[in-house]
Write a protein that binds this ligand. Structure first.
Ligand SMILES: [Cu+2]
Length: 184
């Protein structure tokens, strides 16, 4: 009787075990089939980007603090400002910042009253063309003054309000740079 009693229990248990295994394996196979049949769909149709964090939306990255609104070519340089047509040109020479080097070209410039003068600073440093003998000159900058012209930039001096005469000028940044403007 004991074996008859035990045997059904064992058979029942093994049957239940087999049933459980079948159900488990069936569920695994079902899951695998669902995953495999939907694999392509999951790859090609990711969740909407609105459900993702913005930094993961690579197709439309949010602009960072240093982001440029439009792509900027790294090969094309910004076009230099167009130099205006003037009657004469006064060049501040490359290297003029070094004392003893040639500074203004021509060093003595003669113009007719009313002429416009392109003051072209081809040096790397800022300079000025300022009338006067120096900073202690009471007339310094009162007749004409370009104010600071940065390296590689230019300004236009008008002489329509300058009376005929001979005017020494200098650079307020480097007073050893001197020249003369003659207005006829
Ligand atoms: Cu200077």
């Amino acid at each position: 009787m004991t074996t008859d009693d035990e045997t059904p229990i064992i058979r029942t248990t093994s049957r239940r075990l087999a049933k459980g295994l079948v159900i488990l394996v069936g569920l695994l196979i079902l899951g695998a089939v669902i995953a495999v049949t939907n694999f392509d769909h999951m790859i090609t149709s990711p969740p909407p980007s609105s459900k993702l964090k913005p930094e993961f939306d690579l197709s439309n990255p949010p602009p960072g603090p240093g982001a440029h609104p439009t792509p900027i070519s790294t090969t094309a340089e910004a076009p230099a400002a167009e130099k205006p047509q003037t009657d004469v040109t006064l060049t501040i020479l490359d290297g003029a910042v070094t004392q003893g080097n040639p500074d203004y070209d021509p060093d003595e410039l003669t113009v007719t009253k009313g002429n416009t003068i392109l003051v072209d600073n081809v040096d790397l440093m800022p300079h000025t063309v300022t009338n006067g003998e120096g900073a202690s000159d009471a007339n310094s900058g009162k007749i004409f003054d370009t104010s600071i012209i940065n390296g590689g930039e230019f300004k236009v001096l008008e002489t329509s309000n300058v009376d005929a005469g001979t005017y020494p000028y200098y650079c307020t940044v480097h007073p050893y740079m001197t020249g003369t403007l003659v207005v006829e």
